[in-house]
Design a binder for this molecule. Structure first.
Ligand code: FAD
Length: 333
């Protein structure tokens, strides 16, 4: 009988988990925690080990208290300084680097959002490690899965860096539970780095409809809509009848039919709603990259050979100017 002298595999796994510590970067806006950024906590939970949350901004106490309730977080590091309110990467990156050096974390995780995309490569460069972008799955503490070539191939990447700087695809990691946790709150270090960039103003499109990136249903229009007037007249009542967010193809955005912030695709937003209903969209590969993980895809197009029908669960061949208003009326009834 051979007796094992080393730790059992289970014991070694939990020993490894004890060595791992992840810093989840939590976004805030106007003193409120952005729940969309809680996918970073879910990713950290998949890694195992301890999970620390990081928040920064003016009057950060309320945000830190909200973050402390998130399930799975042990400790919140909070930095109270209004200079971090807008998340300018030029001053946020040195802030994060100082806090990473102090905490000695093994994994730093942020959403693959506009904020995460500007911030994390700077942090990686300052720490002289590789950035690991837009991951959709975690195989183990050093192996990650990420789509490449607009989602046409899936790469499995292994990092040998001591610190892994990771951004996660929001549609692949559901937000952690906002309630149920009781983390402690600790002040972080504030290097008060010189910032060459000044926040001047922002001009955001306001809408009462659900947020495109997180909506459960999305109604999307393409070049087939022909004009902004027709886009608004045909697609918006459908969105309202379904309680859906509005999206658009790049051709529709470039033609001025829809706002830039509504673009879905490789160079727009990546969405994975329960229902993605599109009309007048051909289904170019760059558009599919932003919506093909939707649970149910429904498409209306007058061309039966349009590539969108290759990914659609439900297809309707017909003129959108007849079919969409007809569908909207039926939904209203
Ligand atoms: P079209 O391809 O012109 O299709 C219009 C469709 O409407 C056709 O299928 C037509 O049959 C149908 N149609 C017309 N009239 C009617 C009618 N009356 N009733 C029913 N159907 C009708 N695109 C994106 O969407 N998102 C991106 O993020 C994106 N990023 C890109 C990045 C790069 C680097 C490049 C090169 C391209 C990118 N594109 C992106 C552009 C993409 O290649 C396509 O050009 C674009 O998606 C086409 O938009 P569309 O389907 O609305 O228009």
């Amino acid at each position: 009988l051979k007796r094992s002298t080393g730790p059992t595999p289970v014991a070694s796994l939990s020993a490894l988990a004890r060595l791992l510590s992840s810093l989840a970067i939590l976004e805030q806006k106007d003193g409120k925690l952005n729940h969309g950024s809680l996918g970073a906590v879910t990713a950290a939970q998949k890694l195992g080990g301890s999970i620390i949350g990081f928040v920064a901004g003016g009057n950060i106490k309320a945000v830190a208290e909200e973050a402390a309730k998130v399930s799975g977080i042990e400790k919140i590091i909070a930095v109270d300084n209004a200079a971090y309110d807008k998340g300018l990467p030029e001053n946020y990156a040195p802030l994060l680097v100082e806090n990473i050096k102090k905490g000695g974390y093994t994994h730093i995780i942020a959403g693959h959002t506009a904020f995460g995309k500007s911030l994390m490569p700077r942090v990686a460069a300052l720490l002289d490690v590789q950035q690991i972008s837009d991951i959709t799955a975690i195989e183990d503490e050093k192996t990650f899965v990420r789509p490449v070539y607009a989602g046409n191939a899936i790469a499995t990447v292994e990092s040998s860096d001591d610190i892994k700087i990771i951004t996660i695809r929001g549609t692949a990691f559901a937000a952690a539970e906002a309630e149920g946790g009781s983390a402690s709150i600790e002040d972080g270090v504030d290097p008060k780095a010189e910032c060459p960039t000044e926040w001047v103003s922002e001009n955001l499109a306001k809408s009462d409809r659900p947020d495109l990136a997180t909506a459960g249903k999305v109604v999307s229009g393409g070049r087939g809509l022909k004009s902004k007037e027709d886009f608004d007249r045909v697609m918006l009542p459908l969105a309202d009848a379904l309680g859906a967010a509005v999206g658009a193809s790049r051709a529709a955005v470039d033609s001025g039919y829809a706002d830039n912030s509504l673009q879905v695709g490789q160079t727009g937003k990546v969405v994975a709603p329960q229902l993605y209903l599109c009309a007048g969209i051909s289904g170019a590969i760059q558009h599919l990259a932003g919506m093909k993980d939707s649970k149910v895809i429904a498409a209306i197009n007058k061309d039966a050979d349009a590539p969108i029908f290759q990914v659609a669960d439900i297809g309707l061949v017909g003129d959108l100017f007849d079919k969409v208003p007809e569908l909207t009326e039926k939904l209203k009834q």
